[in-house]
Design a protein around this ligand. Structure first.
Ligand SMILES: [Zn+2]
Length: 73
């Protein structure tokens, strides 16, 4: 899709729910900045309680897991 010229119209700009990047209201993937971010957001919902439960990707927790290998072979 090509535009013959740039429109000077002011677009409303919001923030992408996934990465907090700026998104123009006319964007194809609005309110997400990209198809990727939309899929990421859908993925969060698919995982169910992701938004409610404590953060899964907590840096301290990851460090703890890596520091204490569960496997004792
Ligand atoms: Zn985004």
């Amino acid at each position: 899709m090509t535009e013959p010229r740039k429109t000077r119209r002011r677009a409303q700009v919001l923030r992408c729910p996934t990465c907090a990047g700026l998104v123009a209201s006319g964007s194809e993937d609005f309110p997400f900045c990209s198809d990727r971010c939309r899929k990421i957001d859908l993925g969060k919902w698919a995982m169910g309680v992701y938004r409610i439960s404590s953060p899964v990707l907590d840096p301290d927790l990851l460090e703890e897991l890596e520091g204490n290998p569960a496997r004792n072979e």
